[in-house]
Design a protein around this ligand. Structure first.
Ligand code: ATP
Length: 362
């Protein structure tokens, strides 16, 4: 009998609902065609538009329902003109990260041959790596806590053993899973600045300890500045990279740039018991309602969700469907025919999503 999974859905703001609807349709079709798994979706209110009407950005009932779901799908939340009274942006996605302790921010960077990208990929090479950004501490620990006087501003970085151990364990396990699926080289690189900061020497030390539990994988280190250079000069060398929150924030946008833009950059924020899957981009209010939004980053995030659920619950058909969904997106991007304006095409959101559905049906 098919195993049922509950998916909490946050449609969000701006282009959020436009890219979420076709993604849920695609997931529903995949589940309907499978004997191994089924999906039920519950759409939950949250976000800036919801806050503007109700004064609540993430209602307690939505948070509770998300906590009970097997996985959380989120499009994008926040609008430039809707702010809390203190002037900060509405970002319930950050609240979800903190509440559910989603320490591993997973940002895959893949470029299919033929795909529109600023990178020229030499024959015989493939760009397929995953950047893991620690997402609950690091320099972001200081968010809202820094001190500023007329002469001095200070922010403090925090690295803890507990979170670092979980983070590195996750990174090595991911590299092992990727290798098992014939996707990776079995290499994990710790990206830090251990030559300057004691906190990063501590970070690296814990990485080396956890590496001993994975003798089948190759573990190495790189300084963050050199990593930025190599991500442009020889990105095909990387497999799984793991780093601190702020470094990861910056390098993941570099990764999205290598892929040709935010419209193709998926992500997942994963903890021990919960996970949120969402595109790297924001709510793009400048193009909302114009049918110009690229749904691919959202669809690729849904593919990551299927792969994660499949691996976690040992349902091979689900992992395979996730990989198939990603393959369909990559083929369409490589053909360069049905693509949205951000990648140089003229197709609408609906036409691109339709192309993905059609590719899956064949
Ligand atoms: P946030 O701070 O919430 O991440 P942001 O201000 O960095 O958001 P985005 O909302 O991601 O910005 O938009 C940045 C630019 O990228 C905008 O011009 C937007 O139209 C474009 N963009 C973002 N996502 C998409 C998409 N899926 N399809 C097409 N264009 C997009």
């Amino acid at each position: 009998m098919a195993r049922m999974f509950k998916i909490a859905v946050f449609e969000g703001d701006g282009i959020g609902p436009e890219i979420m609807k076709p993604t849920v349709d695609i997931l529903r079709d995949l589940a309907n065609a499978s004997d191994a798994y089924d999906l039920s979706f519950e759409t939950l209110p949250a976000g800036a538009a919801h806050y503007a009407v109700t004064g609540e950005s993430l209602p307690a009932a939505s948070l509770e329902a998300a906590g009970k779901a097997d996985a959380i799908l989120l499009s994008a939340m926040g609008l430039p003109d809707v702010r809390y009274e203190d002037g900060t942006e509405i970002s319930p996605q950050i609240d979800l990260r903190k509440t559910f302790q989603l320490f591993a921010g997973v940002r895959p960077v893949r470029i299919a041959h033929g795909q529109h990208s600023p990178m020229k990929i030499p024959n015989g090479h493939a760009i397929d790596f995953v950047l893991i950004r620690e997402s609950t501490e690091g320099l972001f620990h200081s968010q809202g806590k820094g001190t500023v006087t007329t002469d001095k501003a200070e922010e403090t970085m925090r690295i803890t053993r507990d979170v670092s151990e979980k983070l590195f364990h996750f990174a090595f396990q991911l590299a092992r899973d990727r290798k098992g699926m014939g996707q990776g080289k079995g290499r994990v690189t710790c990206v830090d600045k251990a030559n300057v900061f004691r906190a990063f020497a501590f970070f690296r030390g814990i990485f080396d300890e956890i590496a001993k539990d994975f003798p089948d994988l190759h573990a190495d280190h790189a300084y963050v500045d050199a990593t930025a250079l190599w991500m442009v000069q020889k990105p095909w060398d990387f497999d799984v990279m793991v780093t601190e929150n702020m470094f990861g924030d910056i390098l993941s946008d570099l990764g999205a740039g290598l892929m040709g833009g935010l419209g193709l950059a998926p992500s997942a924020d994963i903890g021990m018991n919960h996970a949120v899957f969402q595109p790297c981009h924001g709510s793009a209010p400048d193009i909302a309602g114009l049918e110009k939004a690229n749904p691919m980053a959202m669809i690729l995030s849904a593919a990551m969700m299927l792969e994660w659920l499949g691996l976690r619950h040992d349902i091979r058909a689900m992992t395979t469907d996730g990989t198939r969904l990603r393959g369909a997106v990559e083929n369409i991007m490589a053909e360069c025919k049905t693509i949205t304006p951000d990648f140089g095409g003229i197709a609408t959101t609906g036409q691109v999503a339709q192309a993905v559905s059609a590719a899956l049906a064949t």
